[in-house]
Design a protein around this ligand. Structure first.
Ligand SMILES: Nc1ncnc2c1ncn2[C@@H]1O[C@H](COP(=O)(O)OP(=O)(O)OP(=O)(O)O)[C@@H](O)[C@H]1O
Ligand code: SF4
Ligand SMILES: [Mg+2]
Length: 343
């Protein structure tokens, strides 16, 4: 068995989430008002625990609406979690304020699907990068122009890119700018939320390769959120599968794809013809509708869609724990029947 980045025996986690929860109150209906009921809560992230290690890529996959972006936004504190803990290098993050909080924000940076939305259209790219360097006091002012040029070089943008405005760049180039801006403050962790899904297929590989190259050069921890299972298989050391706000399986990518233990993971993999050549229909693999996150099913949240559900599944919620099914590697899976054939 090879040693991989992210094997917990190798190092202490760099970034850690423990039992993270984020619930959004929904608008009350007229009936709720009339009856004096409180607003229903949508459980976007429901008790997520994970670790990311230095130099590791952790992929996060799952259907639309399962809570991937909300989790990412909690980790960078764009959302305040309702419960749970976040630790960076063992230090509690949720109690940080002021300069300590800003220091955290420097160390954990986010790359968004559409960097255009977060770029000031009236600011040249060079000025936007310089602003980040100055605000966060990354280097002396005299060193700022040189550092801006170095950042543009790092993400392989042309020499004159610094003098251009965001609208003058293509989608792929804008994502390079987004990555440069994240790197400007010298982070230890990059959280990339669907960083290539808005790009042309031909450009996607370039941006993914850039992220991997930078991770390798700078020793970054990378949390990579995507719908694309082929991509995650290609780049992630470990993969976490989310369903209705929870992680249902998290393990070493190659082993998890070769022998998925959770029926939901199996269904997702079977939905990708390139991964399971025998699979016929992408849509057919995960049968049924995603239940509402305001009223998740009792017991195992996947039980209404699960092909092997048993009566127990509708009553008892399976914990995400390592399940030894007699094979060489074990990893946490939230399924009473982990590893049982699909029937
Ligand atoms: N600010 C918000 N207010 C209320 N509900 C929200 C908010 N943000 C997200 N949600 C809800 O939380 C759930 C999780 O959303 P989230 O965007 O995290 O999912 P996702 O896995 O990132 O989906 P996608 O793959 O489509 O990006 C969804 O039901 C969504 O509608
Ligand atoms: S616990 Fe039961 S319903 Fe849930 S995934 Fe496992 S077998 Fe299916
Ligand atoms: Mg999202």
């Amino acid at each position: 068995m090879g040693i991989e980045p992210g094997d917990s025996v190798l190092s202490a986690p760099l970034l850690e989430a423990v039992g993270l929860c984020k619930r959004f109150p929904l608008r009350r209906s007229a009936l709720d008002w009339a009856r004096g009921r409180t607003a229903p809560l949508l459980r976007a992230v429901d008790g997520v625990s994970l670790t990311v290690h230095r130099g590791e890529t952790l992929g996060i996959v799952g259907e639309s609406g399962c809570g991937k972006s909300t989790l990412a936004r909690c980790l960078v504190r764009l959302h305040e979690p309702d419960a749970g803990a976040i630790r960076l290098d063992g230090q509690d993050v949720l109690t940080l304020t002021g300069p300590a909080m800003r220091a955290y924000n420097r160390r954990v940076q986010m790359v968004f699907q559409d960097p255009y939305g977060s770029l000031n259209p009236r600011l040249r790219i060079g000025d936007a990068l310089a602003e980040a360097l100055i605000v966060h006091r990354v280097v002396e002012r005299s060193a700022v122009p040189g550092r801006v040029q170095a950042l543009l070089d790092l993400v392989h943008l042309p020499q004159d890119a610094g003098g251009r405005y965001p609208h003058e760049f293509s989608g792929g180039q804008r994502q390079r700018v987004g990555i440069a801006r994240a790197l400007a403050v010298e982070p230890a962790v990059i959280i990339a939320d669907e960083p290539v899904s808005a790009l042309d297929v031909s450009v996607q590989a370039q941006i993914v390769n850039l992220l991997l190259e930078l991770q390798d050069r700078l020793g970054l921890a990378l949390l990579f959120i995507t719908h694309d299972l082929r991509l995650v298989r290609h780049i992630a050391h470990r993969t976490a599968v989310m369903y209705l706000g929870k992680i249902v399986e998290i393990g070493p990518t190659e082993a998890l794809f070769a022998t998925p233990r959770h029926p939901y993971t199996r269904a997702l993999i079977e939905a990708v013809p390139q991964i399971a050549p025998g699979a016929r229909h992408r849509e057919a693999a995960v049968r049924g509708e995603l239940p509402s996150a305001t009223a998740p099913p009792p017991g195992c949240p996947f039980h209404p869609r699960c092909p092997i559900a048993e009566p127990l599944c509708g009553v008892v919620s399976p914990a995400l724990v390592p399940r030894d099914i007699g094979e060489a590697r074990i990893w946490p899976t939230a399924c009473h029947l982990a590893g049982m054939p699909a029937g």
